[in-house]
Design a protein around this ligand. Sequence first.
Ligand SMILES: Cc1ncc(COP(=O)(O)O)c(C=O)c1O
Length: 448
Amino acid sequence: MPMRYPESHLLYRNLARTYPLIVRAEGCWLEDSEGRRYLDGCGGAFVASLGHGVGEIGDAVAAQTRQVDYVSGLTFTNEAAETLARELARLSPGDLKHFFFLSSGSDAIEAALKLARQYWMELGRPDKRLIIALEPSYHGNTLLALSLGARQRYKTYFQPWLVDVPRLPAPYSYRCPCRGEREDCPRCSGAGLARLIEELGPENVAAFIGEPVGGSSTGAAVPRDSYWRTVREICDRYQVLWVADEVLVGAGRTGTWSALEPYGAVPDLAVMGKGISGGYAPLAVVAVPRRIADVLAAGSSAVLHAQTFVHAPSICAAGIATIEYLRRHDLLARCREMGGRMHRKLAALRELPGVGDIRGRGLLAGIEFVKDRETRAPFPREQRFAERITAAAEQAGLVVWPNSGHADGVNGDLVMLAPPFVVSDGELDQIVDRLRIALETVPSSLAP
Ligand SMILES: Cc1ncc(COP(=O)(O)O)c(C=O)c1O
């Protein structure tokens, strides 16, 4: 039976919505208690990369809990955490060879930033406290992570508890005045970061955080090829730690383990979550190089962040099984192949009314909607275009992820696609067909 507040005892995120009750999940498909089937076009919240219902991942978690269910990471280590760290050391680029496991992207973002701050404190540089973040951006919902993100509507009630974060315009060429065409554009090239660091005083800046490829905040905007090498060079020049938030785009989503691989640049700290355990357990990780960890070891000889489920065996077992599954089924190659097909098929929607841009990489796509394709003027927020498209898609049996506000902080509508890597060609066709149905329903019903 569909459920809603207050008849249910669950406190839902949306207290006005009736929630379908999902009772079965397999491959790219979900089925609710009424027998309705949904094509999971966005892997839930960009999580279900292996597809649903892969019994062996659940079996691996169960086997781990039978052998060692839980030990505190403050007192003991365990085989699952050690093995997962070894596996990740093989997969991670450059010198990112040490790993701190947590249970959510927000936790891991907070831990990464605390590590950056601790690093500067251990080195006797207490003024290095500012964190530069992009706009638009999203980094999570705990208070520091919320401060870092640029989604004003999430912050309004909590402003007194948040810290000030200097902002750099995100590499989002569709919304840049140069439309991505100027070689020397400070926003599209990344060069603007140097000016901002100079303004703030490099001695005050601890870190810069950004998503290698945009998540829902910019609708999968892909920075130009040189962007992250430019950031690397600027961060080195001013002694600023670069933190890569790969929570959404990492673990294969854009076709490579790290979304930074095509850029040939290695950050100082990297965070992954979501797809890293395929949704079979809540796992996130901070990757740290020795040159940072050694400073902590020589100083307070501790990581000044602790939570109950740090390095917990069950979540690490899900991570190991996920990596094994990705490797055995060659799913990163499949993500690249099916991603290419998805983007070619989506191109057919470009001319539909309301579609402004379609972009992304691998099995990640953002479809941005505009009232006027020439001027790129967004729909007024009151029309809730993204939400209406999402509802119409759900009606047509397709789950997509909506976002709003990216055009100017308030207006702007897009939906995201991020199907499981096992998606078939026929399922991609169904995703495109169902999205087309949603698009054809909504614009015609909008008030002029
Ligand atoms: C880029 C990015 N960073 C961090 C987070 C926070 O992750 P979590 O929701 O697991 O706390 C998210 C979640 O959507 C995200 O997209």
